[in-house]
Design a protein. Structure first.
Length: 537
């Protein structure tokens, strides 16, 4: 019996070791609603930072109280053994400072998710195999995973940073039908080698079934000071010069520079509440004009865009599919089996730009489309490099324009890069993979074929190991995950198809925005009470 308790203690330690941490950035109003709902006038929320209205992020480890309508009170606590599950303003919390409520845009709230089961730990380390056997032979209950997520997104990829798994990537967003399967290249900013290997955790935390076909690492060792980012095809590019925006404005002339100049915790997205009050919109697009100083003598450059699908836009996939009712399966079959149906869907995507956004460059007084930005997220935004031809650009400024559908995009930063440097890239295949039950899953992830690693429930996950190549002295390493697959949103009760709605969605430009804003107006109260900001910008 003593032996079992030793194993249980080890299991608890390993579960903590295998926790997944994300940081969300809910608006102050959403946190205030949660504190009010708690029914405790002294309720506080633990934070790791906050963003002020001027788009500046301020780290702060402590607690905030929103009990006063005119100000936000910040508190700290001295180091002590243990920590109450529900801290209050009673000692030992100490007042630190206060900020006027209008001056704070959002709060950085850390969320930790402990891995699902002891079986999960088998996939993390072989040592836990003994723990699993010990608990299986005892009467102790197996810890269960948190409730299933209700949103839709895509698989989440966590990187082992030497101490914990940290959310790092969200590949192939929007690939909701098998025929739309695609491969994404996503940066792994938190990944570090441990015992000669890299380790990733793949999870399904959404209300969907996920099919991952292949995953490998792209390892780029380069000189210090270079910025490396992938293009739309996933090829990494390295740049010696990166230029910030000098001006950014929307269609009303509002200054967006504080939100879009730097890759940070401040993200621009439209005011859905205001837009929903104006439905039907005369114009279903926002229009952003971005201005850069032209690099001296440059005839080409790359637009570096840090962008993602907006959370509400991602949520609209489910109701748009639900319009088709009991005929949804026929729609899927048509897209998967008929080239003409796929072409029509492609044309609809190009027209609506919900997940692919055109990029225009001003050339001698006229706007010319030169490329497109592929959406990711909504939980994790990625940097994408879009090539720009500057040979027909006149003057000493480069002006770029995008027209995002209202509510379907959010942007963290836009930059201009040039002085490209050749990169040396190593492709690293996985050396091992285990699913939540400890089964070998490597064969499903090493080739692009019809053999998928499928996560049908929120209890499914996989841990994937890669050998860490030797790094040349004096270089800096940038690592990307190249992941292919698709996912299907779980649709339960389906009624009769909404023929009129399907017709408008298919044939009326901008109807997807009108539809989404109408739903937002009806459910704004429930929506605003949730933390929906991305974990990383």
């Amino acid at each position: 019996m003593k032996r079992i308790w030793i194993f249980i203690a080890m299991a608890i330690l390993l579960l903590v070791w295998g926790s997944c941490t994300t940081v969300k950035h809910p608006e102050v109003a959403k946190v205030a609603e949660k504190q009010t709902a708690a029914g405790d006038p002294y309720a506080v929320t633990e934070v790791v930072g906050y963003t002020t209205a001027d788009a500046v992020y301020h780290p702060f480890k402590g607690y905030v109280s929103l009990a006063h309508s005119d100000s936000i009170r910040f508190y700290t606590e001295p180091e002590k053994k243990g920590k109450p599950d529900k801290p209050t303003l009673a000692p030992p919390l100490t007042f630190a400072f206060a900020q006027a409520t209008p001056d704070v845009s959002s709060l950085a709230v850390r969320r930790t998710k402990v891995l699902a089961t002891i079986g999960t730990a088998v996939a993390i380390t072989a040592v836990v195999a003994a723990i699993t056997v010990a608990i299986a032979n005892s009467d102790d209950p197996v810890p269960q995973q948190p409730p299933s997520g209700t949103g839709t997104s895509c698989p989440l990829v966590y990187s082992w940073d030497g101490a914990q798994f940290v959310l790092d990537a969200e590949p192939y967003g929007g690939a909701t039908i098998q025929a739309l399967e695609r491969t994404d290249v996503t940066a792994l900013e938190h990944l570090v080698p441990s015992q000669g290997r890299y380790r990733l955790l793949l999870t399904n935390e959404m209300d969907e079934t996920q099919h991952t076909n292949r995953i490998e690492l792209l390892v780029v060792d380069h000189a210090p000071g270079l910025l490396v980012a992938p293009d739309a095809d996933g090829a990494p590019h390295a740049f010696a010069a990166v230029h910030s925006l000098v001006e950014a404005r929307d269609q009303a002339g509002h200054d967006l520079l504080p939100w879009l100049a730097e890759r940070d915790e401040a993200t621009w997205d439209p005011d859905l509440e205001a837009a929903a009050r104006q439905v039907p919109l005369a114009d279903t697009r926002d229009h952003l004009t971005l201005t850069f100083d032209r690099p001296k003598g440059a005839t080409s450059a790359y637009l570096l865009a840090d962008a993602a699908t907006a959370p509400w836009g991602a949520r609209m996939l489910r109701p748009m599919f639900a319009m088709r009712g009991v005929t949804l399966g026929l729609f899927y079959a048509a897209i998967n089996g008929d080239a003409d149906a796929r072409q029509k869907l492609h044309e609809w995507n190009e027209r609506e730009e919900l997940f692919y956004l055109g990029v225009e460059v001003e050339e001698g007084g006229r706007w010319v489309r030169q490329g497109r930005l592929i959406g990711g997220g909504p939980i994790v935004a990625e940097t994408r490099a879009i090539p720009l031809d500057l040979t027909r650009v006149t003057g000493d400024r480069v002006r770029v324009r995008v027209h995002p559908p209202v509510g379907f995009w959010m942007f963290n930063a836009f930059r201009l890069a040039d002085r490209e440097v050749p990169v040396h890239m190593q492709v690293v295949a996985p050396s091992g993979a285990r699913d939540a039950a400890g089964r070998d899953a490597l064969a499903s992830l090493i080739a692009t074929d019809r053999d998928y690693l499928t996560f049908a429930t929120n209890e499914d996950l996989g841990v994937v190991d890669f050998p860490a190549p030797a790094q040349a002295e004096g270089t800096v390493r940038t690592v990307f995950a190249r992941t292919g697959g698709w996912y299907e949103i779980r649709m339960r009760t389906l009624g009769l198809p909404d023929v009129a709605g399907i017709d408008r969605l298919t044939n009326q430009p901008g109807y997807a925005v009108q539809f989404a804003l109408t739903r937002f107006r009806k459910s704004a109260g429930a929506w605003l009470a949730q933390d929906v900001r991305p974990a990383r910008n």
